[in-house]
Design a protein around this ligand. Structure first.
Ligand SMILES: CC(C)(COP(=O)(O)OP(=O)(O)OC[C@H]1O[C@@H](n2cnc3c(N)ncnc32)[C@H](O)[C@@H]1OP(=O)(O)O)[C@@H](O)C(=O)NCCC(=O)NCCS
Length: 171
């Protein structure tokens, strides 16, 4: 069962997506009907050229909309609780986060890149996180947005300019 907080955040993110998609779908926000793909990614049936994705973390909710598949991931910047990088990152990604200072930011940068990459295709965690290297992807595939205490990545075809909104959510 969802906690009250999780339910409220889910509703707020859903409302944000509806508000952003409504003008493109030429449908009132409350009349949009979402379905979910095989791994849980929500989509709008009947609008093959209209893609979106939602993320929430801490006090932030984020949504991206694009004419091609798009993934978005927002994370509060914090140190990993255990050896997530050792278990899930490629050797090159591990080397990147270990160099220089601000380990937490570097870790969260790679993590959000990986999540947004998987969320773009909708595969989620059905493919191993260390089976692809986000630092070896084409230039422009990721767009990074720095927030107060958080980081957000949008993963989308470099030739496309996704629309995005990030809202601060006070519990
Ligand atoms: C579900 C998943 C796609 C993203 O999870 P997440 O990063 O925890 O959560 P986010 O807030 O970024 O995204 C959740 C939203 O993504 C969307 N979503 C769900 N499944 C999805 C999928 N397969 N592909 C794309 N988007 C998906 C939904 O809109 C969901 O919102 P909802 O729960 O309100 O319906 C998946 O990658 C996952 O389970 N990740 C685990 C994260 C983890 O282990 N983190 C550890 C950090 S150290």
């Amino acid at each position: 069962m969802k906690t009250l907080d999780a339910a409220i955040i889910h509703k707020a993110a859903d409302s944000l997506a509806r508000r952003m998609l409504s003008p493109y779908a030429k449908t009132p926000p409350e009349e949009l009907v979402f379905e979910r793909g095989p791994h849980g990614k929500p989509f709008l049936p009947g609008f093959p050229g209209l893609h979106f994705n939602i993320s929430h973390s801490g006090c932030y909710i984020a949504c991206a909309v694009a004419p091609v598949p798009v993934g978005i991931d927002v994370q509060m910047i914090a140190l990993p609780k255990n050896d997530v990088a050792g278990r899930y990152f490629t050797t090159r990604e591990q080397q990147y986060i270990a160099q220089g200072d601000n380990f937490a930011l570097r870790f969260c940068r790679v993590w959000t890149m990986k999540e947004s990459y998987l969320k773009r295709t909708g595969q989620g965690l059905s493919i191993p996180l260390d089976s692809f290297d986000v630092l070896e992807q084409p230039q422009g595939l990721f767009r990074e947005i720095m927030l107060d205490g958080a980081i957000c990545q949008i993963c989308c075809d470099p030739a496309t300019n996704p629309q995005f909104e990030i809202e601060t959510f006070y519990r």
